[in-house]
Design a protein around this ligand. Sequence first.
Ligand SMILES: Cc1ncc(C[n+]2csc(CCOP(=O)(O)OP(=O)(O)O)c2C)c(N)n1
Ligand SMILES: [Mg+2]
Length: 676
Amino acid sequence: MSNAAILDTLDSVPSSNVLSADDQVAMLGQMLTIRRFEQRAKELFLAGEIKGTAHSSVGQEAIAAGACRALEPRDFILTHHRGHGHTIAKGADINRMMAELMGKAEGYCAGLGGSMHIADFDANILGANGIVGAGMGLGTGAALAVKLQGTGAVGISFFGDGAANEGIFHEAMNLTAIWKLPLIFFCENNQYGLSTPSEMVTAGTTIAARADGYNVPNHRIDGNDPVAVHDVVLRAAMRARDGEGPTLIEALTYRWDDHSMRANLPRYRTEDEEGDWKGVDPILRLRDRLAGSGAIDEAHYDALAEEAEQTIEAAIDWARAQAEPDLDGALAKVTSPPTVQAAPEPPPGDRAITYKQAINEAFHQEMARDESVVLIGEDVSRIGGIFGLTEGLRDKFGEERVRDTPISEGAISGCGVGAALMGMRPVVEIQLFDFVSLMMDSIVNQAAKARFMLGGKPKVPIVFRGPQGAGIRLAAQHCQSLEAWFAHVPGLEVYAPSNPYDAKGLMTAAIRSDNPVVFLEHKLLYLGGEAPVPEQPFAIAPGKARIVREGADVTVVALIAMVERAEQAAQRLERDGISVEIIDPRTVKPLDMATIVASVKKTNRAVVVHEAVRFGGIGGEIASAIMEDAFDWLDAPVARIGAPEMPVPYNDALERAFMPSADDIAGAVRKVCYRE
Ligand SMILES: Cc1ncc(C[n+]2csc(CCOP(=O)(O)OP(=O)(O)O)c2C)c(N)n1
Ligand SMILES: [Mg+2]
């Protein structure tokens, strides 16, 4: 089918007649600027001045210009790897964009993100993204935030035809549809995902039609006509602003260049096809239409092109003159400054509550203190969570702030991160911590890196929390201990309370933190008894270990549920005349190595115990840090205890054998003491 015939099959969009001739001329100028930006970026890439990669949107300029013109300044966009056009059209500073492509300190991301991560929060540009489809998940959260904040804003998540085959497309559409969130899903169907033709990998009639399954209005339009794009986005935005929820727009278009500037791929499209699509150049089409109606003449068009050229050359000159970023500056942008300062902790007092009640109390108090705290997760609202951690919160704070979600970990976590970027403080429940594997992109690629990659600007105040660990026979997919996964990722904090006092103080700190916190609870501790916890709100500064018990002969570093077992072992060992000092790090990241090392320098021996599988566990990190800092004080090698190299078994006896026991800990201590 020829292009003209293809474009004829698309929805005709009745003109809303809201775009004046001047608007359209301005749009033409913007499209010329975008094209010139891409052309020069490619030249600079080939010359080695822009490194890494960048993705040209030449041929797709009508979408950026048309869609963003339908938005107001308060409205937000999220874009993808091919996002220069959207970003320019939403009002980003072109100088800073060019500087970012060159990796300069004054670039939008301080040279830390590059082309695929440009964001300008002041212009409500919430970021391009290197992960295909991610902007849809984040978009749900940004839309939730503006809805809860009552700003009246709406947003667009731009994505490609390839991204329409990611699970997040469906999860995000479902979530925005049931919550009627003000988000427009804008699919730029340029007919290829890298080298693969969309029709080869996309089932169903059209991408637009997929929204029918969610009862979401959808349109398939000519993406090379900025007026059509503008009008359909304007209608979708009006609908979203009226509280009617999302719309899916599929705009057919074509990218003229290769997938990326570095791609250099074997040929996968014919010259005929490429030439054919160049025949429907969105810029020339608009130019000719405006010339036909007398809105511009040749001289006017040339002047627009000249202005675009000058803008881009000025940006290149400016960017070239900027400094390179330095390592110290980069390191300082990984996390936000601490919000809870180290201070004496309040005495426990006389009032005793359980671990679960302690966490629940922190939720109550923080939600009362700060309206931006919202709880989202499966079954957290109507029944208060399957383990009862969120009981009573819906009655107190309402369904808007305590939200039951679909079983949709990708969308739940993406929504949380998007909301955090827009100023909320979401607490995301992971029903059983193992399901975090379905949230990894949001946590590891988005939450952990957003501040750094976006130049140290955004805060990401979000808590991902849930129960990990074995002990109640739920088997291998419900019982893992996964702290090491997250401790390994710069940008994340990892908290792991072992008792009610710490659970309340650390949950309060986690909610107040401006950084993403992975908050690990434990199913066995949910079953534990009461212990004294102050009634008033208090926060424990992360990175401060607790000396659970003082001793002289050996230091045992124990995590979460292992702390209690270490105490049992210590009592037995005392009878044998071995005095054990127990240290509970309380937070795995930041990790208080100073307290651990000081203890080992006193006792000269160390055993590290965690429930997680020993190989690759955090115990290895702690043991090697002890070795580095206290080698001369050690009288024996540091011992590590963890689970054996197998998934958590279901059988009762086997599960008990899998988890390190007080006997195991006592045995390891004897070994380092007697060198048996
Ligand atoms: C999750 C993920 N998978 C794969 C990639 C590698 N990749 C980057 S862009 C791209 C093609 C995306 O196609 P589409 O969504 O249609 O966007 P387009 O490049 O056509 O604009 C691929 C496979 C990635 N960045 N992220
Ligand atoms: Mg594509």
